[in-house]
Ligand binder design. Structure first.
Ligand SMILES: Nc1ncnc2c1ncn2[C@@H]1O[C@H](COP(=O)(O)OP(=O)(O)OP(=O)(O)O)[C@@H](O)[C@H]1O
Ligand code: NI
Length: 269
């Protein structure tokens, strides 16, 4: 039994702002384990998406990893050339990005992109890839998958693109799934459906999931461990029950308290 499929140690990420490099992720360490979900919560701008992009090698020119390692099993991803990293990403790490538009090629239809991804992983005819892809599109609650298959990314809403991205990620049955706010743009019913799909991937296929969300309900439902991020650092990392019952850091306490506040407001309506 493998203990950790992805081990991040002392990660520091910087972005170039004008002439100097500013650290936005500082000394972050964690492990992703098969069949387990690590949730990351924290305020906007604290560096959650940056961690995801660093793992995926998608920081772009303005970003760099200035310290630390990201090991997929024994292999350090930070030392790999971009082409190798892309291959690994496609095969072993599934991705749901916070900004789904950046994931799609604007000049190819959804169907072309979905089929191409499926066919690069398994030998399938175009017709087989289409029938598998359509099945996954209806799994993520997309109405009229046939029509969506023929459409271009710009013809779909952000929430629809997000669901297509989830369908593609899940169809590949990755060992590791990086999901950055996977349910943010979705209505409650669809959100539940998506969470069930993620839980299925975790439980039936033993995937390790990194789940970034601001929704504590989603955390309570899916996460095993939770890391709390504040100004570029993990200020607290604990088992989900322990975190909800005995938050240690003042920021975590205020986060949980604000959630309770919202609940009381709803109840008093
Ligand atoms: N390409 C970039 N160039 C410069 N700075 C960036 C870039 N991307 C992100 N940053 C900065 O890095 C910091 C962390 O951003 P990040 O998107 O990781 O936050 P986040 O925790 O995901 O926030 P949110 O909850 O709003 O999604 C922010 O201060 C942001 O302005
Ligand atoms: Ni983010």
């Amino acid at each position: 039994m493998v203990d950790s499929v992805l081990t991040v140690t002392d990660l520091q990420v910087e972005f170039q702002q004008e002439t100097s490099w500013t650290p936005v992720v500082r000394g972050v360490s964690f492990q992703l384990k098969p069949g387990k979900v690590l949730g990351i919560i924290g305020e906007s701008g604290s560096g959650k998406s940056t961690i995801c992009l660093a793992i995926l090698g998608l920081l772009g020119r303005e970003g760099r990893i200035s310290r630390g390692t990201i090991c997929l099993l024994q292999q350090d991803l930070t030392s790999l050339p971009p082409t190798t990293l892309r291959q690994i990403r496609g095969q072993q790490i599934g991705v749901v990005l916070q900004n789904p538009a950046s994931f799609f090629n604007p000049i190819l239809t959804i169907g072309q992109q979905f089929a191409e991804t499926l066919r690069s992983h398994q030998s399938l005819t175009k017709a087989e890839a289409k029938s598998i892809g359509l099945g996954y599109l209806s799994d993520v609650h997309l109405p009229d998958p046939e029509r969506i298959w023929r459409q271009f990314p710009f013809q779909l809403s952000g929430g629809m693109l997000q669901r297509v991205m989830i369908a593609i990620a899940i169809s590949l049955r990755p060992q590791i799934l990086i999901a950055d706010e996977p349910t943010t743009a979705l209505d409650v019913i669809t959100q539940m459906q998506i969470l069930n799909l993620l839980a299925h991937l975790q439980q039936q296929h033993n995937a390790a999931i990194l789940l970034v969300t601001h929704d504590l309900g989603v955390i309570a439902q899916l996460a095993d461990e939770v890391a709390v991020m504040y100004q570029g650092e993990f200020v607290e990392q604990a088992n989900v029950r322990q975190l909800f019952d005995q938050p240690q850091h003042p920021y975590t306490r205020s986060l949980l308290a604000s959630r309770l506040q919202v609940r009381t407001d709803i109840i008093s309506l």
